[in-house]
Design a protein around this ligand. Structure first.
Ligand SMILES: [Zn+2]
Ligand SMILES: [Zn+2]
Length: 365
């Protein structure tokens, strides 16, 4: 099968022929219809998060089940499924606590990928979705109904659940709250629409790009503030009765954004840390101020998502037009043009670029 292989950090991916082992017990092979490009893929390709090469990245995918491991599965051949990086054993302490994204024992299975000469290839983020097929653990899948296009559905695998889940699950934000969302990329726009659906009374978007603040309003932001404006903090305070926001979501992996968040949070307020920085990044904070104002800082990984609970919820909201997904797609590219798509994503102005495979037009193989 064809895949986009990373052989060197910070270099174009090579479209090449790879071997994919058949699914083992508990695993499923999925022929992909679509895989979106996420900023996490860029971080890996740039080498910011390390990892062994050669590797295949890509982790926001959807497609059709094309083979099942021994012992059967809850899935059937031809079924439409979402493919995510959330691999969970179902029995460790975190899985038992309903937090599969923190599974303590998953992720140790050998990669199903290799070069034709037998050289092992890393399965990036447990998925390796920049390829015509993937073999993943069945815990990474969620069933998809017939009425959602697979390129649109692919977005549910990461950016949407990370953003909406930060509001619904991590923050459990009550209706009527005030919210600031720092960063209006893929995750940020989904945090904004999550806050709208959750009934926030005010949603203030911050970004360094003025044109993105306009898009933020389309997704539900009530106000836009240029993050680099010298009076950015004063503007947020003016919009929140001088208090700051009760919930401040950081959706970009930038230390500056985290440090800015501290000054925008109301007494007793909560900062939700969803943006993933580089391995060596640290922020400065004044512990006395956090303690004195009883603020909370909460990490949010994959929006605290439980696939079987959250994906049906999101699809229902999409069907009603309350969760906007089609509008999140900037462009579609064939696998052969993935480097173009990645370069476009790296420029920062796009929402989601999606790689669309042959099976997208053809239906179940
Ligand atoms: Zn992602
Ligand atoms: Zn587990």
């Amino acid at each position: 099968m064809k895949a986009a292989l990373c052989t060197r950090f910070n270099a174009p991916l090579e479209i090449t022929e790879l071997m994919l082992a058949p699914p083992r017990r508990g695993e499923v092979e999925v022929t992909l219809a679509a895989c979106a490009i996420c900023h996490s893929d860029l971080h890996f390709i740039e080498g910011a998060w390390g990892g062994a090469l050669p590797a295949v990245y890509g982790h926001e995918a959807a497609g059709f089940v094309s083979a099942l491991g021994e012992g059967g599965s809850a899935y059937r051949i031809g079924q439409r499924v979402l493919v995510t990086l959330i691999r969970a054993c179902g029995t460790c302490a975190c899985c038992s606590d309903g937090r599969p994204m923190l599974c303590e024992t998953a992720g140790t299975a050998a990669s199903p990928l290799s070069l034709p000469d037998g050289t092992p290839v890393t399965q990036g983020m447990n998925t390796a979705g920049f390829a015509e097929k993937v073999v993943v653990d069945s815990s990474q899948l969620a069933p998809l109904p017939e009425d959602i296009p697979l390129d649109v559905a692919a977005l549910l695998a990461c950016g949407v659940i990370t953003g909406v889940g930060a509001v619904f699950n991590t923050a459990a934000m009550p209706a009527g709250a005030s919210a600031v969302v720092i960063g209006t990329g893929g995750v940020g726009l989904n945090t904004i629409q999550g806050a709208r659906i959750a009934g926030a009374r005010r949603i203030i978007a911050l970004d360094v790009a003025p044109e993105k603040l306009h898009a933020a309003r389309e997704f539900g932001a009530t106000d836009g503030v240029l993050a680099t404006a010298p009076d950015a903090r004063a503007q947020v305070l003016a919009l929140t009765g001088g208090r700051g926001a009760e919930y401040v979501f950081v959706t970009v992996g930038a230390v500056m954004a985290y440090e800015q968040a501290l000054g925008l949070t109301a007494p007793g307020g909560t900062i939700i840390m969803a943006g993933m920085t580089g391995n060596e990044d640290y922020m400065r904070l004044n512990p006395m101020m956090v303690a004195y104002q009883e603020q909370r800082l909460i990490g949010s990984k994959m929006g605290g998502t439980v696939l079987r609970r959250d994906i049906p919820r999101l699809i229902d909201l999409y069907r009603q037009g309350r969760l906007r997904l089609d509008e999140l797609i900037s462009n579609r590219y064939p696998l052969a043009r993935i480097n173009e798509a990645i370069a476009d994503t790296a420029k920062g102005g796009t929402r989601r670029n999606v790689i669309v495979f042959d099976s997208f037009g053809q239906g179940a193989p």
